[in-house]
Write a protein of this length. Structure first.
Length: 370
């Protein structure tokens, strides 16, 4: 079955606000084959740059986008496609946006593999994959602590067992930071797991002082307190923090994860399947995590494609958990149709072959960037 076309599908809200919400635009990849089977994947990146990495036409050897490399290849040969993409993009790769763009293609090829074999992707990743995955609600901090109660109460009513707040005003003011966390804990009560995403705002000394300040709120983890590449800082913090440290969503290459996992020993590692190279690379990162007992929990703040991919991937882990973005953007909530259901803090996956996702054409047409 040959790949006939690799199509970048680019979407953006008409008004993009200056907030840390990555669901205001997105880049999906649709891979078409000569058998009529198609696959969907998601790229988590700067969408305009990643789109060029996929679409750029050939002008000379190594001067072309990823679509030109993969079109004409056999869709079943994912490993070969990965290698060809790495080799063919050597002048402008291998990490960063190239790896992010590769991720969408890899994901779409796994979607196709599942459809060919009549199996949901999780069953191809592990023989012991489960059908239900615990998830945590994930939103940004509001500007003021008193605004937290409304969202927290909604999460409680909906049955969430774990909630993460992040970014927004967190960082420069220790009093405000504590007030945010205290308000979240008070609103959620003591039975709910509470994660905090600092949004890479501190150096190691400041992060450690925040850990001391926030430890009484019983946080499930503290995410990205430092620059994502501060390996030494993460090592120091992971060794001394009484709150488990989580990081990894910004990394793209396996060698970077190796440093974060093996050298820094972060207890929670968060590969984003839309950045690391899709399922193929995600499997390898989880193997690294198993070496140190680090827990791999996917970062997933995108559309329903990334949600489906991350949940399928998490379902094949030893201790499944996934992020479930509650960002209000129609690209996050409506662009993709799927049969994943939520109840009492758990996502239940359908047995649909592949990823079980299709585009919601009405929303796709409304927000498509030509
Ligand atoms: Mg994060």
């Amino acid at each position: 079955m040959k790949v006939t076309k690799v199509e970048a599908l680019h979407f953006r809200l008409p008004v993009v606000r200056e907030i840390a919400d990555g669901t205001q635009d997105c880049l999906l990849v649709q891979v078409h084959t000569d058998a009529g089977i198609t696959g969907l994947g998601e790229v988590v990146s700067c969408s305009y740059v990643a789109r060029a990495v996929i679409e750029a036409p050939r002008s000379a050897p190594f001067r072309h986008g990823l679509a030109a490399i993969v079109e004409g290849m056999f869709a079943e040969e994912i490993e070969l496609a990965t290698q060809e993409m790495i080799d063919g993009s050597i002048w402008y790769g291998p990490g960063g946006v190239v790896r992010q763009a590769m991720s969408g293609i890899d994901m779409a090829l796994w979607d196709i593999r599942g459809k060919i074999l009549g199996q949901p992707v999780r069953n191809l990743l592990s023989q012991t994959a489960v059908n239900q995955v615990p998830c945590y609600a994930s939103v940004l901090w509001p500007d003021q602590p008193e605004e937290i109660t409304a969202s927290a109460e909604t999460f409680l009513e909906q049955g969430y067992q774990a909630v993460k707040y992040g970014w927004g005003p967190m960082g420069p003011d220790p009093a405000l930071d504590e007030s945010l966390v205290a308000s979240a804990r008070e609103a959620l009560g003591t039975e709910i797991d509470l994660m905090v995403d600092a949004g890479r705002v501190w150096d190691v000394e400041t992060a450690y002082s925040r850990v001391e300040q926030l430890k009484k709120y019983d946080l499930y983890w503290l995410e990205e307190p430092l620059n994502p590449y501060d390996i030494k800082g993460y090592r120091e913090l992971s060794a001394n923090s009484s709150i488990p440290i989580a990081s990894g969503e910004a990394l793209t290459l396996k060698k970077d994860f190796k440093q974060l996992i093996i050298q820094s020993k972060v207890p929670i590692v968060q590969p984003d399947l839309g950045r690391v190279g899709g399922f193929s690379a995600g499997q390898k990162i989880d193997l690294l995590a198993q070496e140190t007992g680090s827990r791999a929990v996917p970062h997933a703040f995108g559309t329903g494609v990334l949600l489906a991919a991350s949940t399928q991937w998490a379902a094949a882990r030893q201790k499944p958990l996934t992020e479930f973005t509650r960002a209000p953007s129609p690209l996050a909530q409506e662009l993709v149709l799927h049969d994943i259901t939520f109840k009492d803090g758990m996502l239940t996956l359908p047995d649909t072959p592949g990823l079980g996702v299709t585009l919601n054409n009405h929303i796709a047409e409304k927000y498509r960037v030509s």
